[in-house]
Design a protein around this ligand. Structure first.
Ligand code: C5P
Length: 242
């Protein structure tokens, strides 16, 4: 069934990659009234912190805190509890931290949830910047990137996590390995004609939707556009038509 415009907006996570709150606030004003998910990553969170997340929540946005936790289980448990108390709707951890760390993140989130429903917790499998050579020769993991991604995704699913960050190209294989309800959050989205930037394995929003991606993370095609609102509207139109 085709998506409504608001349903399409809810599937887009706008990457607020700004060095301070002022830049992000300007974008929020331009996009006012469009019910997208907002993604706060390290750059903005380390600069503007919990106060900025609280402002997003006050404005009614769902928030993905993209801080990719990776530490000993006890520390990640505490980090997960802290971000849960901030009210984020989704946060992520590195699957490379192992099963005990992933389970600790879920425990921390559940223990800190006041409403009884914890935030979604998803795993980073292999960063999309990791090439085959880097995986094998620098990180020291043998085999293909895809095999490493699927192994981490399966471990995350076994631990009870809600999904993974993945390239749109990996969605089909992840869903086959982990089940249709296991969430896929995919960066590397470029509308036709948009600048690639440093992304290489890309799909258009319509193609990613057709792959079954649950949420698409989109940054520069919106944030660096001369008219961000028009850029987002055009992506929404593509998704509604898909
Ligand atoms: O500007 P662009 O659309 O490329 O932004 C993609 C966003 O997704 C950035 O915030 C980036 O940090 C994030 N991301 C990514 N690849 C990953 C994980 C996160 O591009 N594997």
């Amino acid at each position: 069934m085709p998506l409504t415009r608001d349903e399409a907006a809810g599937r887009i996570m706008v990457a607020l990659d700004y060095p301070d709150a002022a830049g992000a606030e300007r974008l929020l004003q331009e996009l006012a009234g469009i019910p997208c998910y907002m993604k706060v990553g390290m750059e903005l969170f380390y600069a503007a912190g919990p106060a900025f997340v609280a402002r997003l929540k006050e404005q009614g946005y769902s928030v993905f805190l993209d801080v990719k936790m990776h530490d000993i289980p006890n520390t990640v448990k505490g980090g997960a509890a802290s971000v849960t108390r901030l009210g984020v709707d989704l946060f992520n951890i590195h699957a490379a931290g192992g099963a005990a760390m992933m389970e600790a993140a879920l425990e921390g989130a559940a223990a800190a949830s006041s409403s009884g429903s914890r935030p979604l917790v998803i795993a980073v499998t292999q960063l999309t910047s990791t090439s085959q050579t880097v995986l094998n020769d620098e990180i020291g993991i043998a085999g293909s990137v895809e095999a490493a991604v699927l192994r981490y995704a399966s471990q995350a699913a076994d631990c009870g996590l809600d999904g993974v960050v993945a390239s749109p190209q990996e969605v089909t294989a992840v869903k086959e390995a982990c089940g249709a309800s296991f969430l896929t959050v995919t960066p590397g989205i470029r509308p036709a004609g948009a600048a690639l930037g440093d992304q290489s394995r890309i799909m258009t929003p319509g193609q990613a939707l057709a792959q079954g991606t649950d949420y698409m993370v989109i940054g520069r095609p919106i944030t660096a556009a001369s008219n961000p609102r028009a850029a987002l509207e055009s992506i929404l139109e593509e998704l509604v038509q898909a």
